[in-house]
Design a protein around this ligand. Structure first.
Ligand SMILES: [Fe+2]
Length: 394
């Protein structure tokens, strides 16, 4: 299947991506890794096991001679949502799984790693599927941080996932970049890896528009709050205004008020708000309301991709996922594969919005111009922010 060089490269890539998952737990205790703060967030221990389950189920089981599972019960415990594989343990109750303990989950990882390495190096696995498993692991690496951060946010001692102070953001230059009306192409092309939801590449007509050169900052967002942005219904979608009143939302999820100043709970604990950094942990509703307050709107994902491809925007990647106004829907001609892997993306294409770019929690090398992240409009625990757009013309 693979040339010897290709197998060695893939084996090295496997080692490094699997190691990153463990590196993200360096400052966590077994207790930190076991608790679950809400149905949408999973325990870190579950992420560590589930990413191994993915390799065991989709690579080892069909390709390893004489395959036997590490533990038969894990098939159900760590199946996230694949009906084609079978039953799944209740997602909101993952935090009740005190067994297997962290040590056993780490042993599971080591076992899967040894067996995966043997088959990768023998060229016995479909490289595209191994790559999907690695990209899947990277997605869960980001979720490990967003989920444990949400858990820690309930702790008045403000525990930190990472040591030291947060890196200070340098302010990116402000401004707008104009794009004339055009028939553009959206979606992935070429032989490099992408998720199925990024295809097929297709035409999109764009009216003339402008895009903000950088992301909306925390300082700018604080001005929206100071201008009573959360109290003024004229900026809000009806559903969004109901949501913030019902949930008592008046600021991004981890902002805290003290001594007349804003503080923010982050991966490094509680710190004074870094006004130059991109705002994060806001819902679609908040992003949309901010944009209306600022006399702008959210970009569509086709506008975002066209503008980002121009190379004229700052902060496309690595700051915050950027909400777009585009519903998460199949591209024209999209077709999920009929096997269990076809459940990866396609079945979630309802009631969600697309976010583009990548965030500070995204592992290095995982970002991509055509990447389509997606969350429901009310999701606030991700590193989600926004970039403004404006229509231009008559
Ligand atoms: Fe998963």
């Amino acid at each position: 299947m693979l040339q010897p060089n290709g197998a060695a490269e893939l084996a090295a890539r496997y080692v490094s991506i699997r190691a990153e998952s463990l590196a993200r737990t360096a400052h966590l205790t077994p207790e930190d890794m076991t608790a679950q703060s809400m149905p949408d967030a999973s325990p870190v221990k579950w992420h560590l096991a589930h990413t191994s389950w993915f390799f065991e189920t989709f690579l080892l089981e069909p390709h390893e001679p004489g395959f036997a599972p590490f533990c038969a019960g894990f098939r159900e415990l760590f199946n996230s949502y694949y009906n084609g594989v079978g039953a799944q343990f209740s997602r909101p109750q993952r935090g009740l799984l005190t067994r297997p303990d962290v040590q056993t989950v780490l042993a599971y990882r080591r076992d899967v790693d040894v067996r995966m390495q043997a088959l990768i190096q023998a060229g016995a696995l479909p490289p595209g599927l191994v790559e999907l498993g690695l990209q899947h692991e990277q997605q869960h690496q980001e979720l490990m941080w967003t989920d444990v951060l949400h858990l820690f946010s309930f702790n008045p001692a403000h525990p930190a996932c990472l040591p030291g102070a947060p890196p200070e953001a340098s302010a990116a230059p402000e401004g707008w970049v104009a794009f004339p009306a055009t028939l553009t192409q959206t979606g992935h092309a070429g032989a490099e890896f992408c998720f199925d939801n990024e295809t097929p590449r297709h035409r999109q007509f764009l009216e003339a528009f402008s895009m903000a050169a950088r992301l909306v900052t925390k300082g700018e967002y604080a001005a929206f709050i100071a201008d009573s942005g959360y109290e003024r219904p004229e900026f809000w979608l009806a559903e969004g205004f109901d949501f913030i009143r019902r949930e008592g939302v008046g600021a991004p999820l981890y902002w805290r008020r003290g001594d007349g100043e804003w503080y923010e709970f982050c991966l490094h604990g509680l710190h004074r708000l870094d006004e130059a950094a991109p705002v994060t942990q806001i819902s679609y509703y908040e992003a949309d309301a901010y944009a209306r307050w600022a006399g702008a709107r959210l970009p569509s994902e086709a506008e975002w991709e066209h503008a980002a491809a121009s190379g004229r925007l700052a902060q496309c990647f690595g700051g915050a996922w950027q909400w777009t106004s585009s519903a998460y829907a199949p591209y024209p001609g999209f077709c999920a594969t009929p096997d269990a892997i076809g459940e990866y993306n396609g079945k979630f294409m309802v009631n969600q919005y697309v976010l583009r770019g990548s965030s500070l929690a995204t592992p290095a090398g995982h970002e991509r111009l055509t990447y389509r992240n997606f969350f429901p409009a009310q999701a606030r625990w991700q590193f989600s922010g926004l970039r403004l757009a404006r229509s231009v013309g008559p």
